[in-house]
Write a protein that binds this ligand. Structure first.
Ligand code: PLP
Ligand code: ZN
Length: 409
C-alpha cells in the first residue's frame, strides 16, 4: 500500500514521484496513483480512527511512504448539521463543513501541508506559490513552521487582511500588478529557472491530493456514509475534483458504500468561466478577466475546469454562479443561522445552495453537504454596511430612546 507513480490524466503515461506536473508526451496534468492491492477496508478504518486528530490520520491515502512530521497539522474541522439554515433555504438535510477552522483559517492548509511535506522529502529549501490569498497565508505559515524560506506571489489588490496575515510570517511577499492568471504565468516561468518548490506548480500533483482529506472527513463524520449532494466553490477546480477523487477511492476500496454524490460547483458571477461553459454546453472554459468580491475564487483560466465540467455532468450536478450581492447575503444568512462567519468563497457556496433550493433541484430526502472553505475575518469589507450599529451616550435614557422602540417593534 503506497503511492506508486505520477500518471498523466490524459494519456496515462507514468513518471517517477518527483517535482513534475505536466506530461512530456501530451502536456496533460499529472496525478498521483497508488497501489492499494493489499488494503483491508476494516483494518484501514481502524487505523484511521486510531490516528492523529487531523489530516495525517489518512496518511495511507496520501503520497508518502512514511507519515511526515507536521507541526501545524490541519484538518478534522467541524461538520455541523445546519437545521436553521436548512429551514431558511428550504432544504431537508443540510450539513456545513467548516474548513475555516484550520491553522490559517482556510482549506488551503490541507493542500499546503501535503506539498510542504513533499518539498522537504525532495530536499527543497525554498517553497513558493501563486496565490489568490489563502494559499499565500498557508504557505507563509507552514514554511515558517518547517523552517523553510518562502516566496509568495499574489495580485497586489488583494484584501488587506490576507496580505497582513501573510506578511507576519516573515515570507517574501510579492504583490504583482495583474490578475491571478498573470501571477500564475510569472510563477510558471520562475519555476523553470529557480530551484524552488512551487506548491501549486511543480508540486501541484501532491498539493491537490490534500483536498481529498475533505472527502475522507466528510465520510467519517457522517458515520462512514456518503452525502447525496455536495456544493463546493470552484477557483481552479482542484478542490471540487479532488473531493470526488477521495470519495471514489474509498468507494472502490470498500471503505464506504454507495455512489458518488451529485457535484454542484459554485462560482461568482464576476468570474464564472466554469459555470458559463456548463451553461453553454462547452467542453472547455473560455478565459475571463475577474471582477468580483470573491477574490479567493478569482481564477479566470482554471487549470482543472474541464475536469470540473465533466464531474458535474456525470454526477447529475451543475455549476452555478451568483452575484456579489447574493454572496453578501450568503455570508449573512450563514452567520445568522449557524454562528459561522465565512469569507466570500463560503458566501458563494451558500448563495448557490439557496439558488438550487429555489430552483427545486434538491429533493427533500437528500443529504446535502456545503463546503465553507475560509474565514470571514479575511474579507471584512464584504460585511461592511450589511447591518446597523446603535450608538448611544452612556445613560439609561439614551438606551431607552434608541433601543426601546426597536425592542417593542
Ligand atoms: C483556493 C480556494 C478555493 C478553491 O480553490 P481551487 O483552486 O478550486 O481548488 C475555495 N475556497 C477558498 C476560500 C479558497 O481559498
Ligand atoms: Zn500524457
Amino acid at each position: 500500500m503506497a503511492p506508486e507513480a505520477l500518471v498523466c490524466k490524459e494519456c496515462e503515461s507514468r513518471y517517477p514521484l518527483e517535482a513534475s506536473y505536466v506530461c512530456e508526451r501530451c502536456f496533460g496534468p499529472l496525478e498521483v496513483s497508488y497501489d492499494f492491492l493489499d488494503l483491508d477496508p476494516g483494518e484501514a478504518r481502524r487505523k484511521i480512527q486510531a490516528g492523529s486528530r487531523g489530516i495525517w490520520r489518512y496518511a495511507d491515502f496520501l503520497p508518502f511512504a512514511e507519515r511526515p512530521r507536521d507541526p501545524l497539522e490541519p484538518g478534522l474541522t467541524p461538520l455541523v448539521r445546519a437545521e436553521r439554515l436548512a429551514e431558511r433555504l428550504g432544504i431537508g438535510e443540510l450539513w456545513v463543513k467548516n474548513d475555516a477552522a484550520n491553522p490559517t483559517h482556510s482549506f488551503k492548509d490541507r493542500v499546503v501541508a501535503i506539498a510542504l511535506a513533499k518539498a522537504r522529502e525532495l530536499g527543497f529549501q525554498t517553497v513558493a506559490c501563486a496565490s489568490t490569498g489563502n494559499l499565500a497565508n498557508a504557505v507563509a505559515a507552514h514554511a515558517a513552521a518547517a523552517g523553510l524560506s518562502s516566496y509568495v506571489f499574489v495580485p497586489v489588490d488583494l484584501e488587506e487582511q490576507k496580505l497582513l496575515a501573510t506578511g507576519v510570517y516573515g515570507t517574501r511577499l510579492v504583490g504583482v500588478h495583474g490578475t491571478y492568471d498573470d501571477v500564475n504565468r510569472l510563477c510558471t516561468q520562475l519555476c523553470e529557472t529557480r530551484p524552488w518548490a512551487f506548491v501549486n506548480v511543480n508540486l501541484r500533483p501532491y498539493y491537490s491530493e490534500g483536498s481529498k482529506t475533505l472527502a475522507y472527513e466528510t465520510v467519517e463524520q457522517l458515520g462512514w456514509s456518503l452525502p447525496d449532494r455536495v456544493v463546493c466553490p470552484i477557483a481552479s477546480g482542484s478542490l471540487f475534483t479532488k473531493i470526488a477523487k477521495g470519495l471514489d477511492q474509498w468507494i472502490d476500496l470498500g471503505l464506504v458504500e454507495g455512489e458518488l454524490p451529485a457535484f454542484n460547483g459554485a462560482q461568482a458571477a464576476g468570474c464564472n468561466p466554469v459555470a458559463t461553459a456548463f451553461a453553454e454546453g462547452w467542453d472547455v472554459c473560455k478565459p475571463q478577466r475577474p471582477e468580483t468580491i470573491a477574490k479567493s475564487l478569482a481564477i479566470g483560466d482554471p487549470a482543472d475546469g474541464v475536469y470540473a465540467l465533466d464531474l458535474a455532468r456525470r454526477t447529475g450536478g451543475a455549476i452555478d454562479s451568483v452575484s456579489d450581492d447574493e454572496i453578501r447575503d450568503g455570508i449573512r444568512v450563514l452567520a445568522e443561522t449557524t454562528g459561522i462567519f465565512t469569507e466570500t468563497a463560503g458566501g458563494v457556496t451558500i448563495a448557490v445552495l439557496a439558488k438550487l433550493a429555489e430552483r427545486g433541484d434538491i429533493d427533500p430526502s437528500e443529504r446535502v453537504v456545503g463546503y465553507i472553505t475560509g474565514e470571514g475575518l479575511k474579507t471584512l469589507d464584504a460585511t461592511r454596511e450589511s447591518f446597523r450599529m446603535f450608538e448611544i451616550e452612556p445613560t439609561l435614557e439614551a438606551f431607552e430612546a434608541e433601543l426601546e422602540p426597536v425592542a417593542t417593534r
